[in-house]
Design a protein around this ligand. Structure first.
Ligand code: FMN
Length: 169
């Protein structure tokens, strides 16, 4: 029998100084390239958001895979104050087609924060309802470069938008 699926969310604070290329932080693009190379081998999925100097990441997969990935990611010097927000057993993945989806959606996120009386994106202050609402928003959103999640062959046949951004396509 396969292991139970879990969903882990955490918050962290970026350690790098801003260096944007094509509207995206170079370091964030590097993290996504690494994630998209590594995660499919481990059937690890999820979503990453970077805003206001903070990361919010949701990792989904088998329990041992997720906790091992979290422990590895938590040691990464590109961020600090890594704090687990939630660890839940799930029946079904919310991020089926993605090795690591990246969602920007700043205005939609701000609207959600307003509903929760929060001014800025500060994931340490998020309660369980807001976390669930955010995950719903991220699950329904297009990836940053806009290609359809229903096209799983994309990354195998074409260099990704992220790789092109870093000149590695
Ligand atoms: C906020 C953040 C999120 C990350 N997410 C992932 C991830 O989902 N998968 C992954 O393999 N690495 C992720 N990393 C990078 C890992 O910490 C580590 O650098 C990487 O897995 C090493 O991969 P490599 O051995 O292929 O170079 C993340 C790093 C940060 C700072």
């Amino acid at each position: 029998m396969s292991e139970p699926l879990v969903q882990l969310t955490y918050a962290s604070q970026a350690n790098f100084t801003s260096n944007k290329q094509g509207g995206v932080e170079t370091e964030v693009a590097r993290i996504l390239l690494q994630s998209r190379r590594n995660n499919p081998k481990q059937q690890l999925g999820g979503v990453l958001h970077f805003g206001n100097g903070y990361f919010f990441q949701c990792l989904e997969g088998e329990r041992e895979t997720v906790t091992a990935a979290y422990e590895r990611i938590a040691k990464d010097p590109r961020h600090t104050r890594v704090q687990m927000l939630e660890l839940n057993t799930i029946q079904k993945r919310r991020f089926q087609d993605w090795s690591m989806k990246y969602v920007a959606l700043d205005s939609d996120i701000q609207a959600l924060l307003n509903q929760h009386n929060l001014k800025a994106f500060d994931p340490y202050a998020f309660g369980p309802v807001l976390i669930e609402n955010l995950i719903d928003l991220f699950a329904g959103a297009a990836d940053y470069d806009g290609y359809a999640p229903a096209n799983p062959g994309y990354t195998k046949t074409k260099p990704s938008w992220w790789a092109r951004l870093l000149g590695k396509g």
